[in-house]
Ligand binder design. Structure first.
Ligand SMILES: Cc1cc2nc3c(=O)[nH]c(=O)nc-3n(C[C@H](O)[C@H](O)[C@H](O)COP(=O)(O)OP(=O)(O)OC[C@H]3O[C@@H](n4cnc5c(N)ncnc54)[C@H](O)[C@@H]3O)c2cc1C
Length: 390
């Protein structure tokens, strides 16, 4: 189905359908990608958000890094992230590779001192066990790949599969394609949304993709995890590769864009819905990144920002239909930019009754319910005993 456009004000804007098939609550990268996928599949869709694109998606660095985001005990997240990475070339193509600054130049992880090297070696063991394509590098080899690295760097890991994109540009492209209404949802059911302007909107299916605010709206265990992040500006090509560093036990990264911007992030803080930038946060990021990449000290600091990652108790996203009939696409924590295309494809498949492109069982919304169901204590105990003895 062709996207419906109006030309009011000169620039074509998608028009909201009067009777949408699907209402998506939340216009960050997850909600917008999902709406766009559904729209491309022929559905009439509208996104509700009072301030689309201003949440975590505006803060994000845009690393598409399944390998450097792999952690022990999170194989199911790794599989989702790898599947997401495979979706990115077509997704970026459809939006315009240059328009979203999608770059497939790999990523380098570097260790600052001997203890940091031990941490990296431990991750290297995980990469090997999972059969991930990485190359372990000595000090000199790291500096050949990225000459800006400090001479003392102890070694590193290069991952050709980890890529990058500019999330702000992705969101801008999606907003050009998907109709939005600038309201906040106050009540949500599977086929109806009440907005803060009093409107009641009906549809066949509601999708909730309200990022860190999803928990507030619907009581799921999603909490905000604050990330402070900086933007530097220097000559194009100053930094050749995205670099992640472990510096005296702390993690820091620098992601170069094609226009000379370098994104430096990010803190991880449990501060509730607080998005203030602090002197301490900026100091720690600059201290660590300049230890790793001293040459960055000469270029301009052009922006400080803080966003809220939507975190879940097990670090995995929530993707699927809840017991309430609402479809959830939320809780993407540190990898929502990477996993936007696969989430969109999975949600579209669910709504259309097709097989999702990945196994969604580890991500089902009701996995945080009581582990043995709502049994009374005596039945509960006997139930557990019979399960053990079976
Ligand atoms: C500092 C930082 C760096 C990051 N770096 C990366 C990275 O390099 N790679 C990566 O993959 N991920 C990264 N992330 C994570 C990524 O940004 C998130 O996982 C992703 O943006 C989540 O997208 P979202 O659409 O779910 O949430 P958001 O972008 O937060 O969007 C949620 C939207 O919901 C709207 N909303 C809230 N309540 C309502 C309501 N009641 N009604 C209607 N709308 C509502 C909000 O206005 C908002 O626009 C980073 C995050 C941070 C903070």
């Amino acid at each position: 189905m062709a996207e419906r456009l109006s030309h009011a004000g000169g620039s074509p804007k998608p028009v909201a359908p009067s009777k949408p098939d699907v209402i998506v609550v939340g216009g960050g990268i997850i909600g917008l990608s999902t709406a766009w996928q559904l729209q491309r599949d022929g559905a009439e869709v509208v996104v509700l958000d009072p301030a689309p694109g201003t949440g975590a998606s505006h803060a994000a660095a845009g690393m598409l890094a399944p390998i450097h985001e792999a952690y022990w005990g999170e194989s199911h997240i790794l599989r989702l992230n790898l599947a997401a990475s495979r979706k990115w070339p077509a997704f970026a193509d459809a939006l315009g590779v240059d328009a979203v600054d999608y770059r497939r130049n790999g990523m380098l992880m570097a260790a600052y001192d001997a203890d940091d090297k031990a941490l990296l070696d431990n991750l290297g063991d995980l990469h090997e066990r999972e059969g991930l394509p990485v190359e372990r590098l000595r000090n000199r080899e790291c500096r050949i790949r990225e000459p800006l690295l400090a001479p003392g760097v102890r070694g590193g890991v290069h991952s050709p599969l980890d890529h990058q994109v500019n999330p702000r540009r992705v969101v801008a492209e999606l907003l050009n394609r998907v109709p939005t209404i600038l309201v906040s949802a106050t009540e949500v059911a599977d086929n109806q949304v009440v907005a803060d302007d009093g409107r009641v909107m009906s549809c066949r299916q509601v999708v909730v993709a309200a990022g860190a605010w999803t928990g507030r709206l619907l009581g799921l265990p999603i909490r905000p995890i604050k990330g402070q992040i900086l933007r530097l500006s220097g000559p194009e090509g100053l930094l050749q590769l995205p670099v992640r560093g472990v510096v005296r036990g702390s993690s820091v990264y620098a992601v170069p864009r094609s226009d000379g911007e370098i994104v430096v992030g990010a803190t991880q803080e449990e501060q509730g819905f607080d998005t203030r930038v602090t002197a301490g946060g900026v100091y720690e990021l600059l201290r660590d990144v300049l230890a790793l990449l001293p040459g960055l000290s000469e270029i301009n600091l052009v922006e400080t920002w803080a966003g809220l990652r939507p975190g879940t108790p097990d670090n995995a996203p929530i993707i699927g239909t809840g017991d309430d009939g609402i479809v959830y696409a939320a809780g993407h924590y540190r990898n929502g930019i990477l996993t936007a295309p696969i989430t969109a494809a999975a949600v579209a498949a669910l709504i259309q009754g097709h097989e999702p492109p990945v196994d969604l069982s580890p991500f089902r919304p009701n996995r945080f319910a009581a582990p043995f169901g709502h049994r009374d204590p005596i039945d509960g105990i006997s139930g557990q005993l019979s399960e053990v003895s079976a």
